[in-house]
Design a protein around this ligand. Structure first.
Ligand code: B3K
Ligand code: ZN
Length: 867
């Protein structure tokens, strides 16, 4: 155990001693005893006759070198050391593995009777002994042998041969012409329904598209297929990138640790991101499917064609691919609404992660368990870093940079530095200081102040940047921060930015700790819109007056800035009311603030989806992030009271809108989604008024789609309406046989605001659709309780923490990766009062005292306790 708990450091990277040019794999599938024969062509890259391969959880049957039995080897811990080797040789390794017992869902495992694999980051070493690192790229030939009751035998690349063995099993052989690292290997065997379509690429090649789903689910695969075709088209149009194999397959499985996996030509997906129809999926599910199908498809270039040299470079493929999927969703739907959703994730959970014991730069320096670094920082902040490069370069130079990046690195394993260099060389823009975003963790704070000089007609902005120390890194340096701004006159006209007699860009380059910008020819006191479109992942501090924010809510020239002004306005009153509640005063919201939101509701020029976003308050977790010490109960009570006040004060407007926005037909066109979103936002406020019970019940009964059904249930849940139980029972009776659809019900139980939530959750764990073996069920019920129900999870009694501790101890043994995701809220114990800190710490200590703590939890828990 001890050696596997050792950390790896980015600075220690060493290129591999050998490479493997080709690998020929044969799988004789069996539920508990799958035989794997791997024949690799190995070449020495460094002067050494020793080769050390990775391998875990399997039985080694035999080793041959150049077709001769080889005895010069030893298994040491999780490696196979081969000695006395020639410079170039064929290596044959036979292993036995047990997919049925693989509850960790890494390597080869069974999902509801179908064989499937998950190899990223280091799962291939559970299949055979191998150089399981992303900078070893080989051509794969895969032969799958299986009993006839597995009609579909799939792997990467193109199918080249198939047949039947002497003992009546089927076999299929696949060849992937593109050299790839082991983490992109995939195998699937099972019985499915298949949705087939095809796509003609821009150069006229025909690509077969196949989506494999559980039998009976064909009618739920169409949206995924449409999304795939849209993604293929979009990548050609916006990035000039074309698909490179004759077939693209997507398999939906129910047991999956994450969202999906971009294996070359054979994506394996969590069924949550494939299956949808009007009755089973909400609008957000549809949008999520589009985003994830897009994301995995875009990896074909950013990830597969150019992969990562080592796992510290993960953001090279993930940050960039998230950026690409965000752009895809924004080009297809509402750019403003997409930006708002992405920014909410950064300002809420990503900022929180950066302030936690797990804080790390987007390119981490030190890792014990790689799976712990598939984080919001690497993905979402990583995407913000790419977005800043895009802002600094502009679309055309950015695309030149992408082109150069592919010219230089196609077919190889690259680093983040390679990417930035390509961007720099293609554009001529200096990114020297900008590179710090890759190595510095934490959230910078930008403190901005302004002065208007009537006499010389100048407007001066002073900007100070500061990044507080983080758990992983004490010293911080000044970053290169693009600060998007706009200034307006009192009528809302844009005032052109001028410095030294010349027009200047509206993106200011903040590069020093303190900087001032003097803008000339400003003829009257202006109003400034700052950090437009969230031009950098920073915390902005500027002393806005209410009237300025109300002005920007109406006059700012882009929707994101208007939304942001609304958030700042309500944010001011959330803060001041938290103080009031702490001093045992009641919550107050001035008429002017209510009027500002009334104005938004009544503005016919605004898109529905956008109004809905304007009306959504920052959530509990985001507000928690504003404070060094979190007062759970005060935050909860303020957010609830403000929602009630807005509901009461704007009842007439909400009610009128609610009734006027009803739709008879369900379509997933963007305007229809926006209309439902606003109507259901109205419902969530109206649920808190005396109309609540009747409106919610009527909506549940009349709903002809899952979005409206869930909106009714969720309103009943949040407002603790009496009808809640009836609706929940009705839903469960209807959907109890469908785990995926029941996940929405489990999530509502997990976020139940009632005092006895824990009993509710324990009962839900006994529901026939629940199992601790399925990651989706765990995340829906338990994950939502830990993450989305702070008031109950942080109950002073400590019962929530104890419950979390118990579950984590169980999952540590069965699925350490899922356990490790769930532990995050406990890691942040230092932000709570002493009583809570003590109780949370107890649970972490109990975990650390376990004999068999997996390295996933070990890494996080030790970091938290050391902090
Ligand atoms: N690359 C995979 C994530 C793998 C996670 C391994 N624990 C999905 C994605 O980001 O597209
Ligand atoms: Zn990805």
């Amino acid at each position: 155990m001890a050696s596997t708990l050792q950390a790896k450091y980015r600075k220690d990277y060493q290129s591999p001693s050998h490479t493997i040019t080709d690998i020929n794999l044969t799988f004789d599938l069996h539920e508990s005893q799958t035989r794997v024969v791997a024949i690799s062509q190995v070449k020495q890259l460094q002067q050494t006759n020793q080769l050390i391969l990775d391998g875990e959880n399997m039985e080694l049957v035999s080793v041959q070198v150049n077709q001769q039995p080889w005895s010069h080897y030893q298994v040491v811990d999780t490696t196979l050391e081969l000695n006395d080797l020639p410079a170039e040789f064929e290596l044959q390794i036979e292993t036995l593995i047990n997919p049925a017992e693989n509850t960790a869902l890494e390597g080869l495992y069974l999902s509801d009777g179908a064989f499937c694999t998950q190899c990223e980051a280091e799962g291939f070493r559970r299949i055979t002994y191998y150089l399981d690192r992303p900078d070893v790229l080989a051509r794969y030939t895969t032969t799958i042998i299986a009993p006839q009751n597995y009609p579909y035998l799939l792997s990467n690349g193109n199918k080249v041969e198939e047949g039947v063995t002497e003992d009546g099993k089927s076999w299929v052989r696949w060849e992937d012409p593109h050299p790839k690292p082991s983490y992109l290997f995939a195998l699937v065997a099972g019985d499915f329904d298949v949705l087939r379509d095809s796509y003609q690429t821009v150069s006229g090649r025909n690509v077969a598209l196949e989506i494999f789903v559980d039998k009976g689910n064909l009618d739920r695969a169409h949206h995924a297929m449409r999304s795939l075709i849209n993604a293929m088209k979009w990548d050609e149009q916006r990035f000039g990138l074309e698909y490179d194999l004759d077939i693209y397959m997507v398999v939906a499985v129910d047991f999956f640790n994450m969202g999906a996996m971009e294996n070359k030509g054979l994506n394996v997906f969590n069924s949550k991101f494939v299956l949808a129809n009007d009755q089973t999926a909400t609008d957000n599910d549809y949008l999520g499917i589009e985003a994830v199908i897009g994301h995995e498809y875009f990896h074909n270039w950013t990830g597969n064609r150019v992969t990562c040299r080592d796992w510290f470079q993960l953001s090279l493929k993930e940050g960039l691919t998230v950026f690409r999927d965000q752009e895809f969703s924004s080009d297809l739907g509402s750019r403003a609404v997409n930006r708002i959703h992405n920014v909410r994730i950064i300002r809420g959970p990503q900022f929180a992660e950066d302030a936690s014991p797990m804080s790390h730069p987007i390119r981490p320096e030190k890792v014990i368990e790689m799976n712990n670094f598939y984080t919001l920082t690497v993905y979402e902040k990583g995407s913000e870093v790419i977005r800043m490069i895009h802002t600094l370069l502009g679309e055309s130079n950015f695309q030149k940079g992408m082109k150069l990046y592919f010219e230089r690195h196609d077919g190889t394993a690259a680093t983040c530095e390679d990417f930035v260099s390509a961007m720099e060389d293609a554009s001529g823009v200096d990114l020297k200081q900008f590179r710090l975003w890759y190595s510095q963790s934490g959230t910078p704070e930008l403190r901005v102040s302004s002065v208007y000089h009537e006499a010389d007609k100048t407007f001066t902005l002073s900007v100070r940047q500061h990044t507080a120390s983080t758990a992983d890194q004490k010293e911080k340096q000044a970053l290169h921060i693009p600060l998007g701004i706009e200034i307006y006159d009192q009528q809302g006209n844009i005032i052109e930015l001028q410095c030294n007699g010349k027009a200047v860009s509206d993106v200011l380059d903040i590069t020093e700790t303190e900087q001032s910008f003097v803008f000339e020819s400003v003829t009257s006191q202006p109003i400034v819109s700052l950090l437009r479109d969230f031009s950098a992942p920073v915390k902005l501090v500027y002393d806005y007056r209410d009237e300025e924010l109300a002005f920007l809510m109406v006059h700012a020239k882009n929707e994101f800035a208007r939304w942001d002004a609304g958030q700042m306005l309500i944010g001011k009153y959330i803060r001041s009311n938290i103080e009031r509640v702490q001093q045992e005063q009641s919550v107050e919201l001035p008429e002017s603030v209510i009027d500002a939101f009334r104005g938004v509701l009544l503005d016919p020029s605004l898109e529905h989806a956008f109004i809905a976003e304007m009306l959504a308050l920052p959530n509990h977790n985001e507000v928690s992030g504003w404070f060094d010490s979190v007062d759970v109960d005060a935050i909860e009570s303020v957010l609830h009271s403000i929602k009630i006040s807005l509901g009461q004060e704007l009842q007439d407007e909400f009610s009128a809108l609610y009734h006027s926005l009803k739709q008879d037909e369900y379509t997933i066109e963007h305007p229809a989604i926006g209309q439902r979103s606003l109507r259901n936002t109205c419902l969530s406020y109206l649920a808190l008024t005396e109309q609540g019970e009747s409106l919610v019940q009527a909506q549940y009964q009349n709903a002809n789609n899952m979005t409206d059904t869930m909106a009714a249930m969720s309103a009943a849940n949040q407002a603790e309406l009496t009808c809640r139980e009836t609706l929940m029972d009705d839903y469960s009776a209807k959907w109890k046989h469908d785990g995926l659809v029941m996940d929405k019900w489990f999530a509502l139980q997990g976020t139940n605001p009632a005092k006895d939530t824990l009993t509710v959750i324990q009962n839900a764990m006994n529901h026939e659709a629940f199992t601790l073996k399925n990651p989706n069920r765990i995340r829906s019920l338990i994950g939502s309780f830990l993450n989305q129900n702070p008031a109950r999870f942080h109950d002073k009694s400590g019962a929530g923490y104890r419950f979390a501790g118990e579950i984590l101890q169980k999952l540590n043994a069965t699925n350490p990766q899922v356990a490790s995701r769930l532990v995050d809220p406990l890691l942040k114990y230092k932000r709570y009062d002493e009583t809570r800190q003590k109780l949370m710490k107890q649970e972490l200590e109990a975990l650390l005292n376990m004999d068999d703590l997996a390295k996933d939890l070990y890494e996080k828990v030790t970091k938290a306790l050391e902090a």
